[in-house]
Unconditional design. Sequence first.
Length: 216
Amino acid sequence: MPRRSGRPSRVETTTDPRDALLDAAVNVIAERGVAGASSAAIASRAGVTPAMVHYYFRNRELLLDAVVSERLARFAAHVFAAPVSEVASPVMVAAIVGRLYEAARLMPWMPPIWIREIVSEGGALRSRMLDHFPAKAAAILTQVVAQDQRAGRVPVDVEPRLAFLTIAGVAMLPLAVRSMWSRIPGLADLDERALQRHAVAVLTGGLAPASLEPAA
């Protein structure tokens, strides 16, 4: 019997077909980049036909909009789900790093997408992600570091306005390029817990009281 036109058959799965396609999309983008994430590749990963991709998202731009707003933005939302309290900056930084690594365990596709499609010049998702930048949390972090600095609890050479970017770089970069450095002898056994401890130590150590700095 000829197939009737109209709504594609529902995917036989307990997951909503649209959600399944978005889950497939972020995983394909993490592996191949946006340029390599064709409708066919996404559909194949989701176990459906390319027509389903077109049905739910109509075109590539709408698909990418949904990927960012309904998947990538969840990462930032998870990291800052708990209010950023105005506590001592090392305590705040350690809490942010902890939630970032928790988010990375739940959404392992984010670090490679972050380095390839958001941070890199010309990243295809950069402008879309800027709409989801946690400006309020970044501003509070800047204020707290600046307050601690004025009180003599943070070295004078620390730039409070760069605190947010520094956390992202130190915490996310090892996860984003893990497929590369894990092949280096002596590094393959480092797991997420070790990376998280290292990030917290480096970041909070940089926020140590100025009085503990070695003399020049």
